[in-house]
Design a binder for this molecule. Structure first.
Ligand SMILES: Cc1ncc(COP(=O)(O)O)c(C=O)c1O
Length: 400
């Protein structure tokens, strides 16, 4: 009898670990390393949110709560969905978890049966396929490339749907590409979904608030209210309010799905941290000026990074609509050789060599399902970004 679960054998160790481990080793050895791998805002959590957490501790709000969230937070989430997305959810349709990650995981565990297919546009957030595999489902990847601006088309979606399709996981703006679907691009997809009533939509709106000038964020049910009964709208406070460590994510959806997710959570982790829930109430109900301030800073950095990377020989860097990542293509550099004689066979070799020669840690595209690319997180200071991009330019110029 095997000791480890078969489900675990289906899951790959994180492909980002190799670069991260090498970066840590080089740093420990005294090398000057610039990390561009972080998936979190470099800003501090706003003070009003911290104060709300401190007040909660002082008021003794330090005990268990209902497994999927306190009523005050569910009310604040309903108000947020109404105010910002025009979506009408009741508190009984809201689930709060330990980060958006747990919410997505709960939904998959609560619904997948062996063989159920889940459509995942690539490049994708690294956790989607493995979560599906852990739940016994089959990830079905829909490819995109720089030529389609990293967005799937209605035709691709239509062709990927089978009688076994249970979910489409939709993420806009995207981690890792930063690509955001316009209202009309999304409408083309929701029109397809309306023709396939057995397909549910899990929309990961985590980067809703990191959306730049000229781009209007929209979520599927806003564009097609006919999908309301089969959509889980997932969001969280991590990226919007620089609260990654507080671990609060949430979702709105049909009551029977929300109840099933609560069942999973009640038998695994129970309630998300009580103090963090009170902090999230303040994040959603309190002043919202942090969002615009951070967004302005991210847009300035995006423009800097896009401009500098496009000046690196052989790098093609599209301008993303949102999130804090760029996902340039290095297709013109494949087959070239470093001064030390290493052939750039793929994006993993590119990132390893970039790290070893210039001390810049970025994540290779294969980790996200689309190659040859690499992901740069620009959630760091302008000075660091400028220096990192100069090093990338120097590295690319050295390839022959
Ligand atoms: C696309 C996407 N979804 C979900 C998450 C999970 O965020 P959290 O669990 O912090 O809410 C992340 C975090 O990196 C993400 O990039």
């Amino acid at each position: 009898m095997a000791f480890l679960a078969d489900a675990l054998a289906r899951v790959k160790p994180s492909p980002t670990i190799a670069v991260t481990t090498l970066a840590a080793e080089l740093k420990a050895a005294g090398r000057d390393i610039i990390g561009l791998g972080a998936g979190e805002p470099d800003f501090d959590t706003p003070d009003n949110i911290k104060e709300a957490a401190i007040a909660a501790i002082r008021a003794g709000k330090t005990k268990y709560t209902a497994p999927d969230g306190i009523p005050e937070l569910k009310k604040a989430i309903c108000a947020k969905f109404a105010r910002e997305n025009g979506l009408d959810y009741k508190p009984s349709q809201i689930s709060v978890g330990t980060g958006g990650k747990q919410v997505l995981y709960n939904a998959l565990i609560a619904t997948l049966n062996p063989g159920d297919e889940v459509l995942i546009p690539a490049p994708y957030w690294v956790s989607y396929p493995d979560m599906v595999l852990l739940g016994g489902g089959v990830p079905v990847v829909i490819p995109t490339s720089i030529d389609s601006a990293f967005k799937i088309t209605a035709g691709q979606l239509e062709a990927a749907i089978t009688p076994k399709t249970k979910w489409l996981i939709f993420n806009s703006p995207s981690n890792p590409s930063g690509a955001g679907y316009s209202r009309s691009e999304l409408k083309a997809l929701t029109d397809v979904l309306m023709r396939h009533p057995h397909v549910w939509v899990m929309t990961d709106d985590m980067y809703e608030h990191i959306a730049y000038e000229g781009f209007e964020f929209v979520t599927p049910v806003q564009v097609e209210p006919g999908l309301y009964e089969r959509t889980l709208t997932v969001n969280g406070v991590s990226k919007a309010y620089a609260m990654t460590g507080w671990r609060i994510g949430y979702a709105g959806g049909p009551e029977h799905l929300i109840k099933a997710m609560a069942k999973v959570q009640s038998q695994s982790t129970s309630n998300p941290c009580t103090i963090s829930q009170w902090a999230a109430v303040e994040a959603l109900n309190g002043p919202q000026d942090y969002i615009a301030t951070s967004c302005r800073a991210f847009q300035r950095r995006r423009d800097l990074v896009v401009s500098m990377l496009n000046q690196a020989a052989g790098v093609e860097c599209p301008t993303p609509e949102g999130a804090f990542y760029v996902y340039p293509s290095i297709r013109k550099l494949i087959g070239k050789t470093t001064p030390s004689g290493v052939v750039i066979e793929n994006d993993e070799v590119f990132c390893t060599q970039l790290l070893e020669t210039e001390g810049v840690a970025a994540v290779f595209g294969a980790a996200f399902g689309t190659s040859p690319n690499f992901r740069v997180s620009y959630a760091t200071s302008d000075e660091v970004l400028e220096q990192a991009c100069q090093r990338i330019q120097r590295f690319c110029a050295s390839l022959k």
